[in-house]
Design a protein around this ligand. Structure first.
Ligand SMILES: [Zn+2]
Ligand SMILES: [Zn+2]
Ligand SMILES: [Zn+2]
Length: 98
């Protein structure tokens, strides 16, 4: 059984905030890959993107440590607080943009 983290219980069945990074869409920025906050559905860009808005979202919301990839076909989770990557057996497929 793969290791998960204790924050998994706080993950919700979230609705994505949109098809792109919230802050980049607002500011006209560009992103490389997208991540989704599993506490509130905030879609933000990855650390390869200039804005790093997924990480910024966690800095602004310390109680939102869990994200999933928002990329099609990617099922991994990441916990910022534990710096732990994992997959959840039996979890529904990650929400993703098209
Ligand atoms: Zn955790
Ligand atoms: Zn962004
Ligand atoms: Zn959030």
């Amino acid at each position: 059984m793969a290791q998960t983290c204790e924050h998994l219980g706080a993950a919700h069945d979230v609705d994505p905030s949109g098809d792109g990074c919230v802050e980049c869409l607002r500011d006209g920025g560009r992103w490389v890959h997208l991540r989704i906050c599993m506490s509130c559905g905030h879609v933000g860009c990855c650390n390869d993107s200039p804005g790093r808005h997924a990480t910024a979202h966690w800095h602004d919301n310390a109680d939102h440590p869990l994200i999933r990839s928002f990329e099609p076909g990617e099922n991994w989770w990441w916990c910022y607080q534990d710096e732990l990557a994992f997959e959840v057996e039996g979890a529904p497929p990650a929400p993703s943009h098209h």
